[in-house]
Ligand binder design. Structure first.
Ligand SMILES: C[S@@+](CC[C@H](N)C(=O)[O-])C[C@H]1O[C@@H](n2cnc3c(N)ncnc32)[C@H](O)[C@@H]1O
Length: 251
């Protein structure tokens, strides 16, 4: 299935908001003022909008899914910022060489079928002295544990290259600087979280379709994993999620 069709399953704008804090925190940890920034696989524009609000000189959000870019444009207007939105595949971005100081990709580049190609395309956009920064779920965190709980149902799924710093360095190179961050997903209950994923997460929707009658069993495995991460909170349930942020300097 082509990526735009895949990411149009469900409604990413609903579930993307569950982890939008990570994108905002990552941007807050970077120096973006007076920099030209490209946000690859921007989705609803969380990181692009954060970069524009924090004083990026120019911000361009690139994504293959038109409906998400429309949502991003709407959110940017509400936020009073004006990133540019470009519909394109992250492996072939219609922007010139060395057009950016910083390329960000929050939980985007990790979905590339050809991650090294996507990384090289990101580097092509960056001027000397700049960097490519991307995030991924960390092997010790809830999202990786969800993947691990579902893995027996999808024996053909490739092992991820982005959950462990050593695996990331093996692909990206030893110069990668990797740190761990975390945030909490706030929901009414673990059931609410699983319901939302089941309705709106493209990978879960497609996975459930392919499992057919085995999905309820896999869903139980998903729910018990989420329950293990649940802590009581004002809204009902707080789920701690950890992630890795990889910075690749462009010499
Ligand atoms: C998990 S979402 C992340 C979105 C956003 N960066 C965020 O932090 O919420 C993955 C995004 O990657 C985009 N995407 C997937 N494959 C792509 C490709 N080949 N080229 C461009 N965008 C792609 C999807 O459309 C989707 O918006």
């Amino acid at each position: 299935m082509d990526p735009a069709e895949f990411w149009s399953l469900g409604d990413y704008s609903v579930i993307g908001d569950l982890w939008a804090q990570a994108g905002r925190d990552i941007v807050a940890s970077l120096t973006v003022e007076n920099k030209d920034i490209v946000d690859l696989a921007t989705g609803t524009g969380v990181s692009a909008i954060a970069a524009a609000r924090r004083g990026g000189r120019s911000v361009i959000g690139v994504d293959v899914t038109q409906s998400l870019l429309e949502e991003a444009a709407h959110r940017a207007e509400t936020a009073g910022v004006k990133p540019q939105w470009v519909q394109a595949d992250m492996h072939q971005v219609p922007l010139g060489d060395n057009c950016a100081d910083l390329v960000i990709s929050t939980f985007g580049l990790i979905f590339s079928a050809e991650p090294l190609e996507a990384l090289n395309e990101a580097k092509r956009l960056v001027r000397t002295g700049g960097e490519v920064v991307f995030s991924s779920w960390s092997s010790s965190g809830m999202f990786s544990h969800i993947r691990q709980a579902l893995a027996p149902y999808f024996p053909d799924a490739p092992a991820p290259w982005h959950e462990d710093p050593e695996d990331i360095r093996r692909l990206v190179g030893p110069q990668a600087i990797i740190r761990e961050g975390w945030f909490t997903v706030e929901v009414n209950s673990p059931e609410t979280f699983v319901d939302l994923m089941e309705k709106h997460s493209a990978p879960i929707i497609l996975g459930a379709q392919s499992l057919g009658p085995r999905w309820p069993e896999a869903r139980d495995a998903l729910l018990s994993t989420v329950r293990r991460w649940a802590e009581p909170s004002a809204l009902g349930t707080s789920l701690r999620a950890s992630y890795l942020v990889t910075s690749v300097p462009v010499p």
